[in-house]
Design a binder for this molecule. Structure first.
Ligand SMILES: Nc1nc2c(c(=O)[nH]1)N[C@H]1C(S)=C(S)[C@@H](COP(=O)(O)O)O[C@H]1N2
Ligand SMILES: [Mo]
Length: 436
């Protein structure tokens, strides 16, 4: 797998067992620092000391660099070129109605860079001209309105950090199909600072009928004609009509020039290339809420309108496809937790397959309906083991095991798998996706 880039902590990809030249350099540098301290305190010259004296001056320290703005729109270093969105060949029958996964194993903190935000399209990526694009708000309102992008950009705006997770994230785990990396098990998940106008502002602007309005329908401008119903309470709560993502305009693949963000709710409700909001008094039961996005239960009935993404967490390092190089060495266990109902209150980690749990450190700020980064220390004794994380949100809900989920939902589900993920560490340090 040419998947993981080299990161400190000696957790590296199987394909990169051989240290790359720049990593050797870093090791020597670290040795150098220790060596200098030893010299200062009058300790006898060590091998590291000698290495400091031999430390080569690299070519980039000897010559003039490139001019500024050599790349007017900046890109990552070419050493990071294998950190990309990836598709799962064979998962979908066409590459237009498909998904590209976020490389969670390679990201720090909680914000997904715009170029790595996952991408899920039902009918390909439309090229929308922002000057010709219109958003209609109509239905049970005093006055229907047609907004241009200019109109939308003039409304009072807000910025909020939220996760976006496809309802089908971790779907393959329902069938216990082992995936090679966390990119494929959990990578239909991203988190961004979204900027836009509260949907409630637009609903007020058209004078929605507060007595009769019970639902809204959101429709995209792509040829999928993707439409989703939302209860009016949700629409008036924290739903945003978004044009900004991490400080810049939305990328085309994420809904440029305007999309809905429905915080905490399965991704499909966050309609991209938003062109229409209709206000009504009953749900619409469209294609995306009848034959798709319903859960077939063991008794043959179907759960419909399952909006909320319940609390979930996953260890992103060490994770599938990586390798622990150092028996008895220190490793930082780190990962992500999130809840569609509010804030993450606590994340525990088990390094023995769920027998013992200990709390992790949560990175602040901890925001509602956002990813939260957790970390804890671990020294691996070299024995095979199982790594798991389990989160609790501020409603007190505890992330279930996949067994507990199957007891309720059976085995025909596609959506809403928020079960505990298990990573197996073998005695050779390989990390694999397993179920226990
Ligand atoms: N118009 C439209 N909106 C859409 C989709 C689509 O295909 N068309 N896909 C939905 C699905 S299933 C998901 S999970 C999210 C994905 O958002 P992203 O591509 O920005 O990650 O967008 C949703 N909004
Ligand atoms: Mo989705």
């Amino acid at each position: 797998m040419q998947e993981q880039s080299l990161r400190p902590g000696r957790v590296i990809a199987a394909s990169e067992n051989k240290l790359s030249p720049q990593y050797e350099e870093r090791r020597r540098l670290l040795g150098g620092i220790v060596g200098t301290a030893a010299a200062l305190f009058g300790v006898r010259a060590t091998a590291a000391d000698k290495a400091v004296q031999r430390l080569a001056v690299p070519p980039w320290s000897k010559q003039l660099g490139k001019p500024v703005a050599s790349q007017p729109y900046g890109l990552p270093s070419h050493y990071e070129s294998n950190i990309i969105r990836r598709i799962n060949p064979g998962l979908t029958t066409t590459s237009e109605s498909s998904v590209a996964f976020t490389p969670l194993q390679n990201l720090f903190g909680i914000i997904t860079p715009n170029g790595l935000h996952f991408e899920r399209n039902h009918n390909g990526l439309p090229e929308v001209d922002p000057y010709r694009h219109r958003l209609v708000v109509h239905g049970l309102a005093k006055q229907s309105k047609i907004y241009t992008m200019e109109d939308i950009l003039r409304f009072p705006s807000v910025s909020r950090v939220h996760f976006l997770e496809c309802g089908a994230n971790s779907a393959m785990e329902w069938a216990a199909v082992a995936a090679p990396t966390v990119q494929y098990t959990h990578g239909m998940l991203s988190c961004a600072e979204y900027t836009g106008v509260p949907l409630s502002t637009l609903l007020d602007d058209v004078g929605y009928d507060a007595k009769r309005a019970k639902f809204i329908l959101a429709e995209g401008a792509d040829a999928a004609g993707l439409t989703r119903t939302l209860p009016i309470e949700m629409a008036l709560d924290d739903v945003l009509v978004v044009y900004g993502q991490n400080g810049e305009m939305l990328r085309p693949e994420n809904g440029y020039p305007v999309r809905l963000i429905v915080p905490g709710v399965q991704g499909v409700s966050s309609v991209k290339w938003l062109r229409r909001i209709k206000i009504g008094d009953q749900p619409w039961h469209t294609r995306e809420e009848t034959i798709h996005y319903t859960d077939l239960m063991p008794d043959g009935s179907s759960r419909q309108y399952t909006y909320i993404q319940e609390a979930k967490s996953v260890i992103t390092s060490p994770s599938g496809g990586q390798q622990l190089m150092d028996k008895g060495g220190y490793y930082q266990i780190t990962g992500l937790a999130w809840s569609g109902r509010g804030r993450i209150k606590r994340v525990d980690v088990s390094t023995d397959g769920g027998r013992n749990w200990r709390p992790t450190r949560l990175q602040e700020p901890i925001m509602p309906k956002s990813l939260t980064r957790f970390r804890c220390d671990w020294s691996w004794d070299g024995a095979p083991t199982l790594l798991q994380s389990r989160c609790i949100d501020d409603t007190g809900y505890v992330q279930p095991t996949i067994r507990q989920l199957r007891e309720v939902r059976g085995t025909h589900s596609i959506y809403h798998n928020n079960g505990i993920q298990t990573w197996q560490v073998t005695d050779s340090g390989d990390v694999r996706d397993v179920q226990v």
